[in-house]
Design a protein around this ligand. Structure first.
Ligand code: WT7
Length: 652
């Protein structure tokens, strides 16, 4: 059968299955399916067995205290995440092991060992203390993908400060909001961020907002590039290298309660206001180390692990920083774009560092597919033994391409489902146990209880419905920072106080395999990045010429979903010359470039119900070119007709 035809068969849902390769199973530490039953019989004991692999200053007394939805794991236990990620390995004689092979976008590389990273972390932790940062204080981190970023994160963890990382692609306005609500005292940044070989001055961006944050006492600046002019405000702004040089190199890791807050990470929800997901120390570290070890079949002495996400997202927190370092693994930390200077950059890195495990998002795989197999084929990818996917549903076609072209048909693929809120992977294959089906995240991780339910909360044995989680797990979000009530309302109310409402639609098949469909709320998933339609709408309407907006996510073959904005303007509905670019730039300034609508459609009016509610669902149907269903509730059905015509005319 022709190859393309075979791919198509898979795409059309022929039930092709992939058993774990024999060689892989033989070499794996986790190949016994009995693990699942063991964890099922005693899930607390199961997680406890993973917590025991960490270093505790004092052991816990209670494994789990569960007052739904409030969970406390490993009470009375004391530990420190930075000690577990660094000191422990150096003390065990592994100080010379590489923690990160860092590859700059513009050329330089640097191998950072565990001993190096410990030294950087201790110095910066002392420096933070010197700036008056105390246990429980919030420190903002807005940085590129450089070794100082994990060091800054671990320095916070070392002294019990709570880090609040903002993805480097977000706008200064977003940074401001996130610093404001968390009362950050210090913000760590760099003087430059590389964009396709060119340095962008990050510090100048930060300067736009730093003065407007009364709680912010200091901005610490890493000198990423010497050639970028960097204005420094005396008293407030400090160079990283200067304060670290002066700092005491000996800064012991503070013993912290297992439930001590480790970090806040803002993510988009269904309102315009981002949610500050709060994670704590002991449970989170247990969950990320267990999943990183098992799902990636990690062999810390020999693997070279590469999670090609950004540290600014939860994937980076859990599988670039905490999971790999807790397990003493060697990772690749790559600063730049996958196609800079050329489209084979990733594969050149895989070859050069003999990467064994690659973890990325379906969007990246689809982009590589589009660029063509000649790019990976230029390189020797035989070091790869396992591939991972995360962030959005992977279409079977991309799965099969990943398997064949990148994995040489010998690497199992783990399609891992989880969220910022869950902290670590929840539904995923175990590569030496689970038979995989392209497009399915397969089964819950041992100890995890996931269920698809109908709208009444009744279990769906086979078919579609809403995804729920029924049992606490160690890395679960403890609350929304400063918003306990919103936490309960958003996640723990729909089906009962002890059932976590995920917000995803999913199917479950006759083998009990999960097929995640996508969000059920007003959240768009663009390239595996979560965006709130409300947040984008409010950014649009903050432009003086915009009267009304409705934003929807439309299926997109490259990015999974794409942002489409329907806009009515003040005055005439005609688009003024160049306005689309102006509005896109406005959204970039408010939120970040990644929130810019791909398409903007101007209309005289938006479809509304008789009570005046905008019918976003109809607009989504229009944007995806579907037949419109019932339009009888519309106040003025001609409005949708006009929009449809306009879209069709533009597409021609
Ligand atoms: C949402 C969470 C998980 C870290 C990166 C995103 C979607 C995530 C998968 C997957 C299908 C997935 C879900 C989820 N999602 N992984 N393997 N298959 N969908 O974290 O920004 O918190 O987004 O991403 O819709 O709810 P996040």
């Amino acid at each position: 059968m022709a190859e393309e035809q075979k791919d198509l068969e898979v795409l059309l849902g022929s039930e092709e299955r992939f058993a774990p390769p024999e060689e892989f199973v033989k070499a794996s530490e986790y190949s016994e399916a009995a693990i699942y039953d063991q964890a099922e019989r005693d899930f607390e004991g199961w997680w406890e067995s993973w917590a025991e692999k960490l270093d505790w200053f004092e052991k816990w007394e209670t494994t789990l205290e569960w007052n739904p939805p409030w969970a406390k794991w490993f009470q009375e236990g004391k530990l420190n995440a930075s000690h577990n990620c660094l000191d422990r390995h150096v003390e065990a004689g592994n100080g010379d092991r590489v923690a990160y092979h860092w590859i700059a976008e513009d050329g330089p590389t640097r191998d950072v060992t565990y001993a190096d990273l410990l030294d950087m972390t201790k110095r910066f932790a002392s420096a933070l203390k010197g700036l008056g940062v105390e246990k429980g204080d919030v420190v903002g981190i807005y940085m590129p993908m450089i070794p100082e970023t994990p060091a800054a994160i671990l320095a916070c963890a070392r002294i019990g400060a709570v880090h609040n990382v903002v993805f480097g692609g977000f706008s200064p306005q977003s940074v401001k909001e996130r610093m404001e609500v968390s009362d950050a005292k210090v913000l760590v940044t760099a003087n430059a961020n590389m964009r396709r070989g060119k340095p962008i001055s990050m510090k100048t961006e930060v300067d736009k907002i730093a003065g407007e944050l009364p709680e912010l006492k200091h901005v610490v600046v890493v000198e990423r590039r010497e050639d970028v002019e960097t204005p420094m405000q005396s008293g407030r702004d400090l160079w990283w290298h200067e304060i670290c040089e002066q700092a005491d190199g000996d800064c012991p890791a503070e013993p912290l309660d297992a439930e001590h807050p480790l970090f806040i990470l803002y993510t988009s929800g269904s309102t315009a206001k981002p949610k500050g997901i709060l994670h704590t120390t002991g449970g989170y570290l247990t969950g990320v180390s267990a999943t990183h070890r098992m799902v990636f079949d990690l062999k810390p002495e020999s693997d070279v692990f590469w999670c090609a996400a950004d540290i600014g997202w939860v994937t980076g927190h859990s599988y670039i920083v905490y999971g790999p370092l807790a397990n003493g693994a060697t990772s690749v930390l790559y600063e730049g774009a996958p196609d800079y200077p050329d489209k084979d950059r990733w594969w050149e890195i895989v070859e050069r560092y003999k990467v064994t495990t690659l973890y990325t998002a379906p969007t990246a795989i689809r982009a590589c597919m589009k660029w063509g197999r000649e790019h990976p084929e230029k390189h020797d990818l035989s070091s790869l033994r396992l591939l991972g996917s995360v962030g959005e549903p992977i279409n079977p076609r991309a799965w099969v391409w990943y398997h064949k072209v990148i994995g040489g048909e010998r690497c199992p693929i783990v399609d891992t489902w989880w969220q910022t809120e869950t902290g670590h992977m929840m539904i995923t294959p175990l590569p030496a146990i689970t038979e995989t089906k392209p497009g399915s995240a397969t089964r819950p991780f041992p100890g995890v209880d996931a269920q698809v339910v109908d709208k009444h909360g009744e279990k769906v044995e086979e078919g579609g419905g809403f995804l729920t989680l029924r049992r606490p797990w160690p890395g679960m979000a403890r609350t929304l920072f400063g918003e306990d009530e919103r936490f309960v309302e958003t996640y723990w109310s729909k089906y009962g106080p002890d059932i976590y409402d995920v917000g995803d639609a999913s199917k479950v098949d006759s083998d009990g395999y999960f097929w995640i469909v996508g969000r059920t709320d007003d959240v768009i998933n663009v390239s595996g990045h979560r965006m709130s339609t409300m947040e984008i709408e409010s950014a649009c309407v903050s432009h003086e010429r915009v009267a009304e907006t409705a934003v929807v996510g439309a299926a997109d073959e490259d990015t999974g979903q794409a942002i489409v904005a329907f806009v009515t303007l003040d005055g005439t509905g005609e688009e003024p010359e160049g306005f689309t670019e102006e509005l896109r730039a406005h959204v970039a300034e408010k939120i970040g470039k990644l929130a810019r609508p791909k398409r903007i459609i101007y209309a005289d009016d938006l479809p509304k119900t008789r009570s005046g509610k905008i019918m976003r669902r109809l607009l989504k149907d229009i944007a995806e070119g579907r037949e419109l269903g019932d339009v009888t509730t519309l106040r003025d059905p001609s409005v949708t007709e006009k929009i449809k015509e306009k879209m069709a005319a533009e597409s021609d």
